[in-house]
Design a protein around this ligand. Structure first.
Ligand code: MN3
Length: 241
């Protein structure tokens, strides 16, 4: 079965799957409607297991950081988002609008964290690969070259004030790829933008191994970016919007 046939067949599945891509094994986590599976049948947020073992991204991302990051930071966001949903439902039932600002902001923060972390794990691999196809075409159109894009998104991530993310997104309203410098998990976005590649620069993402050297961590990440996954995300975004 070639990769195209496999991808076509995979639209029938509803859980995370591992595909053998052109450049090696990589994680594919996009559902048949083009959206990652982040909730269960009742609409409660799901914390999916990592698509690989905790040693998979060594030495660039150490096992201890990956384990703590996924279990407690991502897991905490999922638990938080579920609580926020319950509290909003309770406020509606109770007719209590006093707390609406608080829980709405909390949900935006926690759910955005859940979305970005879910994408982040699939954006990483231990097989070196480079952008191809439509992704490469779009990168060259918008940024000149892959090296220029890497420089731009690296600087964007390194320069986040406090905790946040560097993000490459597809913006359907301009049919273009764009860079975002996200603060926390939910600030400084553009409406409609669909994240393709996300770089977590919260201190919890790197401090155990890289200490205060955020720049070294961001540079190291370029050894483990799963460009096949980024390309799949772009193709899916273009197809489904
Ligand atoms: Mn994080």
């Amino acid at each position: 079965m070639n990769r195209k046939t496999f991808l076509k067949g995979s639209v029938l599945t509803t859980s995370s799957i591992i595909l053998a891509g052109a450049n090696g094994i990589y994680a594919q986590n996009i559902e048949n409607n083009g959206i990652d599976k982040l909730t269960d049948a009742n609409g409660n947020f799901l914390h999916q297991p990592l698509p690989y073992g905790v040693n998979f991204l060594e030495p660039y991302m150490d096992a201890e950081t990956l384990q703590l990051h996924h279990k407690f930071h991502h897991g905490g966001a999922v638990a938080g988002a579920n609580k926020d949903l319950q509290m909003i439902q309770k406020a509606i039932v109770d007719g209590n609008m006093e707390t609406v600002d608080y829980w709405t902001k909390k949900l935006s923060y926690h759910f955005s964290s859940h979305i970005l972390h879910s994408i982040f794990w699939t954006n990483l691999t231990n097989k070196k690969n480079e952008p191809t196809g439509e992704l490469l075409k779009r990168i060259e159109k918008s940024f000149g070259s892959i090296d220029q894009l890497k420089k731009y998104i690296a600087a964007t991530a390194k320069n986040v004030d406090g905790n946040g993310w560097g993000i490459l997104a597809y913006q359907p309203y301009s049919d273009n790829i764009t860079i975002l410098q996200c603060e926390n998990h939910e600030k400084l976005t553009q409406w409609g933008a669909i994240p393709l590649l996300v770089i977590d620069v919260w201190e919890h993402a790197y401090y155990l191994k890289y200490k205060n050297k955020r720049g070294d961590f961001v540079d190291a990440l370029f050894n483990i970016i799963n460009w096949d996954n980024v390309a799949d995300r772009l193709n899916t975004a273009i197809k489904f919007v």
